[in-house]
Design a protein around this ligand. Structure first.
Ligand code: AMP
Ligand code: MG
Length: 400
């Protein structure tokens, strides 16, 4: 039976485990997914403070102040960021205050320096301010006791900054998946070695390695397995023993030397899926010892696209993410495209924006061995099965 991409992905994702929780230092948790709720133990900011360099005043003292009729105030003290005020500001008085310095009692606003001039040890003020103007209040960013981040939050730079504001030096996060990667095939030649007749470079392993990193996983390079059952099994078992997931490429089709299938069958509960998609029809998916195994097709474009549509969301789920799929959007075709196939076609496309609209054109020849079709592309467009679309019609697009 041929599964649709959505069916296959749903079935696969339902079996993917979320990895256990560990505590990590704040400087070592970027990119992880939070596994606890974080509440504010303190107000942020912790005290009322000035948003400007200027003068803390009683706003009633400067009502109607102008260049012609300045308000004339005496200065009680100067407050730098980090100072605690020692004197209240009374009527007719001001405190010189810098951005971030604590508001002195008595003052209810800050006049910015640009509308003031020093005068005989005091200050002349040429503009009024409203009560509370240029004051940042205690707790206005986060109030003590408030829920600031929920489990599942992806820790990006703003979240890391917030952790520090909350005085959190370590947090509970989900482990990142370690992912073992094995290429299979007697034709594969390592980089730097001469290409003998009939041989090709092993490119998939490197592309998959980068995709694992991009998806927030930790890749483990397990090299090349020859088309030999015993040796392939040995390498796959070694890979599984040291990683949370295994990705293989090649050997899952119906060819004579596709030994990966029989080896995978011995490792665990593996399904050989013919997913109704192009590129990438043959693929294997299963679980062994609770660890996901992805058998990607050997053709370079298929391998990269199947990873994108299946493995990436799975690795995100393992790491604790809840949003697993990249957003899709509509793009207008710049050329006619035909998909006579009974499978949805993920064409490699160049997506460009013009006046807020996205346009798509394909990257030329789309064979599943033509890696360059992806190198030229910045996205994929989805051509439903058995349709011919004219330039000007819209398709679903996503960045790749
Ligand atoms: P297979 O499914 O093993 O028959 O592989 C399908 C096609 O992909 C064949 O042309 C292989 O040579 C090619 N292929 C398999 N593995 C790789 C790889 N790691 N790098 C580049 N091409 C590969
Ligand atoms: Mg092969």
């Amino acid at each position: 039976m041929m599964l649709t991409v959505e069916e296959a992905r749903q079935r696969m994702l339902a079996t993917i485990p979320v990895l256990p929780i560990e505590k990590r230092d704040i400087l070592d948790c970027h990119g992880y997914v939070l596994a606890e709720a974080l509440y504010a133990a303190e107000d942020i900011p912790p005290f009322d403070n000035s948003a400007m360099d200027g003068f803390a005043v009683q706003s009633a003292d400067v009502i109607g102040a102008s260049e012609a009729r300045p308000a004339v105030l005496s200065i009680v003290e100067t407050l730098a960021a980090g100072d605690a005020p020692t004197k209240p500001v009374g009527s007719g008085q001001a405190a010189r205050i810098m951005t971030g310095a604590m508001m002195p009692s008595g003052a209810d606003a800050v006049v910015m320096q640009e509308v003031t001039r020093p005068q005989n040890g005091g200050v002349n003020i040429f503009e009024g301010v409203d009560e509370n103007e240029n004051v940042r209040f205690a707790g206005e960013s986060v109030t003590r006791g408030a829920l600031v981040m929920e489990p599942g939050k992806h820790l990006r730079p703003p979240e890391i900054s917030m952790l520090a504001s909350l005085n959190c030096s370590a947090v509970k996060v989900h482990r990142k998946p370690t992912v073992a990667i094995v290429s299979t095939g007697d034709e594969l030649t390592r980089l730097g070695e001469p290409l003998e007749p009939g041989k090709i470079r092993d490119s998939n392993r490197y592309g998959i390695y980068a995709q694992v990193e991009e998806a927030g996983g930790v890749p483990i390079d397990m090299g090349i397995a020859p088309d030999d059952e015993a040796e392939t099994e040995r390498i796959f078992r070694a890979a599984l023993s040291q990683a949370d997931a295994l990705i293989t490429s090649g050997g899952v089709s119906v060819g004579e030397y596709d030994v990966v299938k029989s080896v995978l069958e011995r490792l665990g509960e593996i399904h050989f899926w013919r997913v109704a998609m192009k590129p990438g029809k043959p693929q294997a998916y299963g679980i062994a010892d609770g660890k996901p195994i992805f058998g990607l097709p050997g053709n370079p474009v298929s391998s990269l696209v199947v990873f994108e549509l299946f493995v990436r969301p799975a690795l995100l789920k393992m790491a604790g993410h809840s949003a697993l799929l990249r957003p899709t959007f509509k793009a207008t075709l710049a050329e006619d495209v035909a998909n006579s196939d009974g499978r949805v076609n993920y064409m490699r496309a160049i997506l460009t924006e013009e006046d807020g609209e996205w346009n798509a054109r394909t990257t030329g020849p789309q064979g599943s061995g033509i890696l360059h079709s992806l190198v030229l592309a910045n996205g994929l467009i989805t051509i439903p099965k058995g349709v011919t679309l004219q330039a000007g019609e819209t398709v679903a697009a996503q960045f790749f």
